[in-house]
Design a protein around this ligand. Structure first.
Ligand SMILES: Nc1ncnc2c1ncn2[C@@H]1O[C@H](COP(=O)(O)OP(=O)(O)OP(=O)(O)O)[C@@H](O)[C@H]1O
Ligand SMILES: [Mg+2]
Length: 515
């Protein structure tokens, strides 16, 4: 008997979108069940139905063979179902232990005061049991995203989750954190838990899951045993066509330098040097990729360049004009576009419409504003054409971004930034959270724009992505640029790895040659 089974689930949202169309899902006790499908296929919706966050229009759910109603998350929790969302839902100003114990103590103790000592103790015990390392007393908003995620998982376990739903947990993780998470997931299963796991990375599906369910266009396409399938077959089931994932990248002569950075340095509040004398250029018609284990200065470099952080030292010029220290708007006005790493907090205004989100960086310019007045018609037509080109799944551009699926929210940011006719594009993790069809499209867009003259600075935790797209590759280690190479076939992952881990460092004269 399956542990949990959903039959014939139909979900029609109030705006008329059919998100689940007679979907079946059956998950066995103790398995790791992957759920895959394109952006907007209905994966999160199905999980929200199991967790009681959305009421299905029709359909039935069985838990251990018994018919259950799950009208809200409290009922789901009581039934042993826990969920970690695509967008986290922690209370930022509380400590980790408080977040984990929050909402559990008041009923037991009959009051609202939280026993802090007990919360810390329970958190430590749980953290130990599952190998999910957290700092119980740290405030949630001060810890890295990987730890926040572990907090969410612990919180669900603390509430007695037997079935744990993880909605795209690895989209925000570095490769190393992903491996840690996988280890924890395996521990959970050893302890008798069951895991449902959503991802767009088929490599991960192959690595971690026992079975895979594929959804497409709100429907269940099939469920297969992982060892009996492969990435190509899964891709075909997801997209309904062959996916090649190759980019057509013609050779092109690079032009003049667009970005010139000299000795960029950033020292944080506690005196740690996170970026040290970074000197490099990005030229017209080239993609300069940054390779490096995350946390080696890449984020600081980008935030300094885009005006989100103030550099401690150094200079940067775009087309010869200085850009440091003047704030994000000034940087944009120098025709620098930025695809931020954390698009759902820094990239979109969730309650504003899709159309408005597509022009937030340029609403004050023609054609969107003329003689001081916004021009709704041009805002609408701009929205319509970008929704089309970037395949954003939305019934109308007038709807709020919050009604989009996670991957479609990402596309809104990508569409806006790629359409702003920039001179320099700073792209951080550009394909995070989007499906394989969209990855193919975004890769080709980046390469085409580079061929047409755009200068692109690319940061990605995915080394294969960096190697596939870049013309030159710059390696960062411990806040420093330790090597720059032309992306020639002899530059292998292994060779880059030596520099990324700090085992090798290019001599200064040699680096000079590749500037
Ligand atoms: N609150 C909502 N109101 C209206 N429509 C919604 C809402 N949430 C999701 N949808 C729509 O339902 C469909 C399925 O969305 P869902 O979030 O389930 O997709 P998903 O498979 O999780 O995609 P992704 O991989 O992008 O996260 C999409 O067309 C989406 O726009
Ligand atoms: Mg989703």
């Amino acid at each position: 008997m399956p542990l949990i089974e959903a039959q014939n689930i139909v979900k029609i949202y109030p705006n008329g979108v059919l998100a689940n169309d007679r979907v079946d899902l059956s998950v066995e006790q103790g398995e790791i069940h992957a759920l895959v499908g394109e952006n907007g296929a209905g994966k999160s919706t199905l999980m929200k139905v199991l967790y009681g966050l959305e009421t299905p229009t029709s359909g039935t759910i069985f838990l251990r063979g018994e018919h259950v109603h799950i009208p809200n998350p409290q009922v789901a929790i009581d039934l042993g179902i826990g969920m970690v969302h695509q967008n986290f839902m922690l209370v930022d100003s509380f400590s980790i232990a408080e977040n984990i114990a929050l909402g559990m103590e008041s009923t037991a103790a009959g009051g609202l005061t939280l026993d802090r000592q007990k919360a810390i103790h329970d958190t430590e015990a749980l953290s130990e049991q599952y190998g999910l390392v957290v700092e119980p007393t740290a405030r949630v908003d001060t810890v890295p995203v990987g730890m926040r995620q572990r907090v969410e998982i612990l919180k669900a376990l603390y509430r007695g989750a037997e079935i744990l739903i993880l909605d795209e947990p690895t989209a925000v993780l570095t490769p190393r954190e992903t491996q840690d998470l996988f280890r924890a997931i395996r521990n959970l299963v050893t302890e008798g838990k069951t895991v449902i796991f959503i991802t767009h990375k088929l490599r991960e599906v192959m690595e971690i899951s026992d079975r895979v369910t594929v959804m497409r266009d709100a429907r269940h396409v099939g469920t297969v045993v992982t060892v009996d399938t492969n990435q190509a077959e899964l891709a075909r089931m997801m997209v309904g066509r062959e996916v090649f994932m190759v980019v057509d990248k013609p050779p092109v002569e690079r032009g003049a330098p667009v970005l010139e950075a000299h000795d960029l340095t950033y020292v944080n509040e506690t005196g740690r040097m996170l970026l040290h004398n970074a000197t490099f250029k990005v030229y017209e018609s080239e993609i300069l990729g940054i390779a490096g284990v995350e946390g080696n200065g890449q984020t600081e470099l980008i935030e300094v360049l885009t005006g989100l952080r103030e550099a401690t030292g150094g200079e940067a010029f775009v087309d010869g004009a200085p850009v440091l220290g003047a704030g994000p708007r000034k940087v944009r006005e120098s025709r620098v576009a930025h695809i931020p790493e954390d698009r759902l907090t820094n990239g979109v205004a969730l309650l504003a419409s899709i159309n408005d989100n597509l022009i937030v960086d340029r609403y004050y310019r023609p054609p969107f504003t003329r003689t001081g007045l916004l021009n709704p018609q041009s805002i609408r037509s701009n929205g319509g054409s970008l929704i089309d080109r970037f395949n954003i799944l939305a019934p109308s551009g007038e709807l709020p971004v919050s009604s989009l699926s996670g991957g479609n929210m990402q596309r809104v940011v990508l569409a806006r930034e790629l359409s702003s006719s920039p001179r320099l594009l700073i792209a951080a993790q550009p394909t995070r959270g989007v499906d394989i069809g969209a990855i193919e499209y975004i890769h080709q867009q980046l390469v085409d724009k580079r061929t047409d003259g755009l200068a692109i600075l690319l940061v990605s935790a995915d080394l294969q992505e960096v190697m596939k797209l870049s013309d030159r590759i710059m390696v960062m280690y411990n806040g420093e640029i330790v090597a720059i190479f032309h992306n020639t076939p002899d530059l292998t992952e292994e060779r880059l790895g030596l520099y990324m881990l700090g085992a090798e460092r290019q001599p200064a004269e040699e680096m000079e040659q590749y500037q």
